[in-house]
Ligand binder design. Structure first.
Ligand SMILES: Cc1ncc(COP(=O)(O)O)c(C=O)c1O
Length: 388
């Protein structure tokens, strides 16, 4: 009897992760987290003032080599405050991938700008720089050194490249395109802490980079995020905006503009300090886990396991199988069969350009994004599965 593709996929995953029910991605804690949390609670400093926030910030600076790091309440806030700090204006168009988590598009909407969806490439799962350049050549008219969309008359001001599932997009080519069209860059590196491209940490290529430490990310602070930048003026601006725009004064409350209460609380930073000590191990485990999956999936001819792009070193946050065109009709049966059998798998996010809040916003041809949405399945990727 011929065995079905969904059964083969389940068997391959089971060979790596064992017999138990397995989640897609789980946080992992030891006594170290409890020790730091206890110390933080005993200190009484559990909110936005406290030494753990500074320690967390310094640790992140060491890891990412970003000159300035501003810990905030989550990755969405990191994106939002970055766009505000760059003075994105209402009605500016911001180029983003259509295949992303909704936070990328929402952050654009929070500053009353318009997401403009562009296509991705299969090699990196990130924005395709060559297709983007050709598209912009067609739609852009340049005025006073700014790029304007000929069709809508609006200014195109910024590009938000995503490092999808922890893998580097073609960030250096994208930087070239951005500079040709005078676009700012905010990297959505929410999933990519510890990943690099040509030896440089993701999140440090753009004007800003945004990280997330949500419970499903490679390290967690419960909820949390960080803004990265190498520009001191932008860093000061983002810090001020994320801390209610409060001016320094020994006792008075003076706020000279409308800011946000986005600073990361000390208790979350305490958790993050413990987690960061394990980041190297988490990455090593996840890279090994990829190798184990690779061994099991290499004999499939109707799907492949996504591998880090050339010149990139990935944290392999979420392992991803990509079905061939001829097998894409199997996506839902694979999702159903694996989930019914205790293995949590999930599809890629629905394209932003198809969702109610964003379906009437501008978009390029999204052929590759559509095709990948039909073919992507994420499989369990917690670091400890390497030891199953
Ligand atoms: C691609 C992407 N962007 C932004 C975010 C937002 O991060 P957060 O959930 O911490 O707000 C996430 C994660 O959830 C994400 O995966």
């Amino acid at each position: 009897m011929q065995i079905k593709l969904e059964q083969k996929v389940l068997q391959a995953i089971r060979k790596v992760v064992g017999k138990k029910n397995i989640n897609l991605h789980e946080p992992s804690f030891t006594n170290l987290e409890f020790e730091h949390l206890q110390k933080c609670i005993k200190s009484g400093y559990v909110s936005s003032i406290g030494s753990y926030v500074t320690t967390f910030e310094n640790k992140l600076k060491m890891i990412t080599k970003a000159k300035y790091v501003i810990p905030v309440v989550n990755g969405t806030a990191a994106l939002h405050v970055s766009l505000r700090a760059l003075d994105i204006l209402p009605n500016d168009e911001i180029l983003i991938p259509s295949l992303t988590f909704i936070a990328t598009a929402n952050a654009v909407a929070y500053v009353n700008a318009i997401p403009h969806f562009v296509d991705i490439e299969e090699q990196t799962l990130g924005i395709d720089p060559f297709k983007l350049r050709n598209y912009l050549k067609k739609i852009v008219i340049s005025k006073n050194k700014f790029s304007f969309n000929k069709m809508t008359g609006r200014r195109i001001r910024c590009l938000i490249p995503l490092h999808t599932f922890g893998h580097a997009c073609n960030i250096l080519e994208l930087k070239k395109v951005a500079s040709e069209f005078n676009l700012l860059i905010v990297e959505d590196a929410a999933e990519a802490l510890g990943s690099s491209f040509k030896g440089k940490q993701l999140g440090t290529f753009g004007d800003f980079g945004a990280l997330s430490f949500n419970g499903n990310k490679i390290i967690t602070t419960g909820g949390g995020g960080a803004v990265l930048t190498n520009n001191i003026i932008l860093a000061k601006r983002a810090l001020k905006l994320s801390s209610t725009a409060k001016l320094k004064h020994d006792w008075e409350f003076i706020h000279d503009e409308i800011g946000f209460n986005y600073r990361m609380p000390n208790i979350n930073a305490a958790l993050g300090c413990a987690q960061l000590e394990k980041l190297d191990k988490f990455i090593k485990d996840k890279r090994n886990l990829y190798q184990k999956y690779e061994e099991e999936f290499k004999c499939f001819n109707n799907l492949y396991l996504f591998k880090e792009p050339q010149f990139a070193k990935s944290n392999y946050w979420l392992n991803t199988i990509i079905l061939s065109n001829s097998a894409k009709y199997k996506k839902n049966s694979i999702l159903k069969y694996t989930n019914l059998n205790g293995i949590r798998t999930r599809p890629a996010w629905k394209l932003m350009s198809t969702l109610k809040p964003y379906k009437n916003t501008p978009k390029s041809d999204l052929r590759v994004s559509k095709s990948l949405y039909d073919r992507i399945i994420n499989i369990p990727s917690s670091h400890f599965l390497n030891n199953s």
